[in-house]
Design a protein around this ligand. Sequence first.
Ligand code: MHO
Length: 223
Amino acid sequence: MGHSDRDVAEPSVLERSANGVPPSETETATFGMGCFWGPDARFGAMEGVVRTRVGYAGGTASDPSYYSLGDHTEVVQVEYDPSELSYDDLLEVCWANHDWASAAPKRQYRSVVLAHDEHQRVAAERHRTALEERTGRSAATDIEPLDRFFLAEDFHQKYELRSTPVVGDELEDRYGNDFVDSTVVARLNGFAAGHGEPTQRNEVLAALELPPMVLSELQRRFC
Ligand code: MHO
């Protein structure tokens, strides 16, 4: 739209975070890429991602938790705006950001694409074949239909932010029950892990008016 003015840019980021985007306008993807803390931040920093959640999926156990995972795998679930990002874009980021060529030491950390529908399954298989042809290596990545997703415990959500307590506490106070689902919190979690461009970071930070100590702690995490 060509608006770079902050007063125009502000509401779009914050409004989306506060109100969410109607589900009919978003799509969801689910990936297992090893420990889910890193992918939560990686996807959260991306423009076009509306929210991220980490959880357990890909198994049959009925009520998994971190300490009783059964046959489930750590996964990140990414809700995104399909007018800004395609499923193929997300597959690209998925395979570029984890070790897909080695068998994981545990099922907890396996490489897996959990397809939400037939279109995703076909796209993932096409992508995996292209990756193997391009690299000459075989991918350990499983491609399976998603059955159920179980949300992980709070302490795993937006882990990068929570690991800087002054920042995590401030944002939890501010967003309350929306902490996990907030677009802004997903972005900040990504920035705290060193992702994102300076202009993108500044735009979000300028709109938030964080207390100076929180701001400086957050900026200390940028690299
Ligand atoms: N135990 C590993 C991975 C945590 S992850 C949520 C660690 O502490 O780094 O499985």
